[in-house]
Design a protein around this ligand. Structure first.
Ligand code: SF4
Ligand code: SF4
Length: 74
């Protein structure tokens, strides 16, 4: 949440809990939590996120995204 408006969101309905995003974040801002019988990722310290995008790139199923999304180039 570098500019106070944008953040990384996780689609918890799709997240498989693989943990790749946890490893990808060198600032260790992402953790896995248990929801029911599933493990899902979430950004624990969004205020420290630099929006570098490594977690988004590393997620094999595209369950992470920057929100709100960047406007498409004209
Ligand atoms: S965008 Fe970068 S700093 Fe932010 S949670 Fe993902 S890997 Fe970590
Ligand atoms: S890399 Fe994607 S599927 Fe794996 S834990 Fe992170 S958000 Fe979930």
């Amino acid at each position: 949440m570098k500019d106070g408006k944008r953040s990384i969101i996780v689609d918890t309905s799709r997240c498989t809990g693989c943990g790749r995003c946890v490893s990808a974040c060198s600032s260790r801002l992402i953790t896995l939590d248990t929801i029911g019988s599933r493990k899902v990722a979430w950004v624990k310290f969004p205020e420290r996120c630099s929006l570098c995008g490594r977690c988004i790139t590393e997620c094999p199923i595209g369950a992470m995204a920057e929100y709100p999304p960047k406007a498409a180039p004209q």
